[in-house]
Design a protein around this ligand. Sequence first.
Ligand SMILES: Nc1ncnc2c1ncn2[C@@H]1O[C@H](COP(=O)(O)OP(=O)(O)OP(=O)(O)O)[C@@H](O)[C@H]1O
Ligand SMILES: [Mg+2]
Length: 424
Amino acid sequence: MTTRQDAPPAGEGAGLKDGVLQTMQRAGAGIAQLTSGLSTGLLALLLVLWVAVTAVTSLVGIGLLMAPSVLRALHALAGRERARLGRWGEEVIAPDPPPTELRAALADPTTRRELRWLVRHATLGLLLGLIGALLPAAAVRDLTFPLYWPLAPEDATATSIGLGTAHSWPDALSVSLLGVSWVLISLGLTPGMARVQARPGRRLLVAGPEVDLSRRVAELTATRAAALDAHAVELRRIERALHDGTQNRIVSVTVLLGAARRMLARDPAGAEELLERAQSAAEQALAELRSVSRSILPPVLDDRGLEGALSALAANCAVPCRIDVDVPQRCAASVEATAYFVVAEALTNIAKHSGASLATVTVRSAGGRLRLRVQDDGRGGADENGGSGLTGMRRRVAAHDGTLSLTSPPGGPTTLQVELPCGS
Ligand SMILES: Nc1ncnc2c1ncn2[C@@H]1O[C@H](COP(=O)(O)OP(=O)(O)OP(=O)(O)O)[C@@H](O)[C@H]1O
Ligand SMILES: [Mg+2]
């Protein structure tokens, strides 16, 4: 069983280490975001060329035949960019589907905004994406130059910017200093560059305030209903647990106490035995009460935070479980509780049904969302209609305006992914 927990920060050294680690993580995310923008940037460039050809040939009529497919491609690419931006931060809510008929499209504000985005993304966005992809490549090339320098041809260019040749060891080492500066530039600039690359999309591809609101209202009405449902189910469960467990025990305590009182004068030994049984029933009632109250809001979350609580779940799981939690800030208590119950049910399912030899739980937070992933290498075939656990989990997640996806082909592996808005 492997569980991973970060050591608590110890003084300034740890603070500095955390700071460096965070800067590196931010730069890594920046580079990944820029390169993902490079792919839509290249498509945007191709589409700009296609739009230009269509516009020119429209003058002689042929282009008009191409116009609907150009418009469809534009909307598809804009949709892809919305999804990409949503993965890297706040969701970009799509406007209503724009028209594909040319005359209507020319007057349509959504299409016009998409075209303005297209031009920006095909130029500035593409350029930033290229820089984002080339910076790490240049850093690796220049940093490692002294390693392969003796093997390089005499007059080969030494640096990644195409200048200079190296004739001696000091020359080769100064090339690796250039590599260090690429690393520093990557660390300092890539997060900002990623924001600049995303800005036109975030501004131009998002739905206007009226659409945004009516959609959000519809979504919130649905999730509010789910929240109330989940709440009612939860109340019923608590009511059943109190009624069938605790209440029954307390009833037997009172019955036993009554009988003991009546017996006290004529048979003190028998009364003593009844009192003992009453005491043990009272203790059981107490234990049940404790377990019911734990299932409402697990106290381990308060004591040890999400990471500690999940590590405890992993440690108690019958299947070896690897856990990797990287959530720098605490989320709202109800979100943490939902994450906890999702992982608890997923691990119970893995132990009960999967026959797996390893489970992995990964938790990350980015862009105000908590992302959970629970995977096992078992037999797969999980089915939401097979029981109440997975359905209950989906309700809980929907109540928080989150999303849940389950992939479990026969033969495995089973992967459960849940995203929750952090709500803090
Ligand atoms: N990790 C898994 N690997 C393989 N099969 C799974 C896995 N998780 C769930 N299943 C299958 O999907 C079904 C539905 O799971 P679900 O949690 O909804 O119900 P359950 O565990 O059977 O009952 P409960 O209501 O007590 O949770 C299970 O009966 C099981 O057959
Ligand atoms: Mg289950």
